[in-house]
Write a protein that binds this ligand. Structure first.
Ligand code: HEC
Length: 108
């Protein structure tokens, strides 16, 4: 019984995840909007803004994104990297669309 409720809770949390950007399911989440809302303050629209955090400029994403794998990008977003803190505004359902957008925006 306990295990059953665990599964139900996971499914409910999973569904909730998508509502953040008004989507509902991950197919409708626009990675560009997630980027605009959570990343432009430091990285800018073009990824090259370089706002300083504790004296360290935000990474140039045209260089940093091609150098990282999808998993590494997700871990930077959810766990932070160096002086960049974890970005709390991005929920699980938004991670894939955001990484997809980063790949389109900052190709190798
Ligand atoms: C509060 C400012 C800030 C925000 C918001 C922010 N970043 Fe960063 N980001 C930084 C800084 C500063 C660095 C450089 C960290 C370092 O070198 O210690 C960085 C580094 C990175 C890197 C390179 C990490 C590495 O290990 O090479 C990536 C990729 C990145 N950010 C992506 C993002 C994405 C995607 C978002 C939005 C979800 C985001 N950042 C939001 C400040 C920010």
């Amino acid at each position: 019984m306990k295990a059953f409720w665990g599964v139900v809770t996971l499914v409910l949390v999973g569904c909730n995840g998508g509502t953040g950007t008004g989507g509902g399911d991950s197919e409708t989440i626009d990675g560009a909007e997630v980027y605009d809302a959570n990343c432009t303050a430091c990285h800018g629209d073009d990824g090259q803004q370089g706002t300083e955090v504790n004296g360290t400029a935000a990474a140039n994403l045209t260089v940093a994104v091609p150098a990282l794998s999808d998993d590494e990008l997700k871990s930077v977003i959810t766990d932070g990297s160096g002086v960049m803190s974890a970005v709390s505004g991005v929920d699980d359902a938004e991670l894939d669309p955001l990484v997809e957008f980063l790949r389109e925006q900052f190709p190798e």
